[in-house]
Write a protein that binds this ligand. Sequence first.
Ligand code: GCO
Length: 396
Amino acid sequence: MPGLVFPKGFLWGTATAAHQIEGGNVNNDWWLFEHDPSSPCLESSGDACDSWHRWPEDLDLVASLGLGSYRFSLEWSRIEPEEGEWSEASLEHYRAVSAGCRDRGLVPVVTFHHFTTPRWLAARGGWESPDAPDRFARFCERAVGRLGDLIGWACTINEPNIVALMGYGYGIFPPGVKEEKRRRAVNEAFCRGHRLAVEALRAGPGEFPVGLTLSMNDYQALPGGEDRLEEIRRHSEDVFLEATGGDDFVGVQTYSRARVDARGMLGPEAGVPVTQMGYEFWPQALEATIRRAATVTGLPVVVTENGIGTADDAQRRLYVAEALRGVLRCLEDGVDVRGYFYWSLLDNFEWVLGYTPTFGLVAVDRETFVRAPKPSAGWLGSVAKANSLPADAPSP
Ligand code: GCO
């Protein structure tokens, strides 16, 4: 069935992040925030999915589904628990996870910063501390020295735009600040951290593509909202897209659309279903953001995250099938899309919303940690194995 087939070598995978699945990450800014009674967090990450111990089982699951790669992140606060103090045991842990991927035929896609910052750095201002970008680059240098030979693809900083916006604009991520000026300064610090990280990762052992992963919305202007849209998108996306010059790829992470009028962002449109996250069910967003990321950066695109928080697993399949149709249209038009990673492997800790939203292909029992794949897991695995979207894939 021409048109439904993905290019040879297209990467199929699923993504996770350390703090959301490992459990017991007590040494970072998020743990503090989760336990601050004045924060909006619904609950503590606690033991999460206990993946710090159960990672071999997680990798077995990814491999058994037929996905070819696994995206995970390194927890900086475990590797550098105090400034300049390196945990050899933690480095060894992540080396074992990376080797575990290779042993199972999975390409390890390693993220060096996924939202969390060690307490020692947070205590002196986190990403507002003038030396944060350098401290981060030093961490990258150390970690890549240990893992570089095993890495398949490297993501420097995950969604720096969200960390800055939520943490310094909306105040619902640590450090809970609401000051646009500070948010923009943090944007700049992240861009600098990214550039330094790219250099550090390229200087280490191994040969692998390096890029930034960005949260992208399908921004849509209502009449009169065009200027406002440009302004919002500039500080949420464009400053970061412009910081990717010289990278090997750009990671696109898209969940929904955002409508903008002259006053700003609007909530969901009447009649459009809403996901557990409170935003619209809008799988078409992915096509729009891939095209934009490719046009603005000129780089190959990897969809490093796309997914849905839903209790209805059939809705998940529909979401992914629709999103993949958009990826195929991009490919047909010659856009260089290299892979698709579903967020997430497991039902996990969704930051301020705790364990309420369920994004996983696999359910996790909150007491026993027993993993139970949902039907969508097998379905996505079959798409990956066939490297094509079946003609009977769900459609609206
Ligand atoms: C991200 C986030 C993930 C979220 C996901 C769902 O990179 O966007 O890293 O941590 O869980 O986006 O909201």
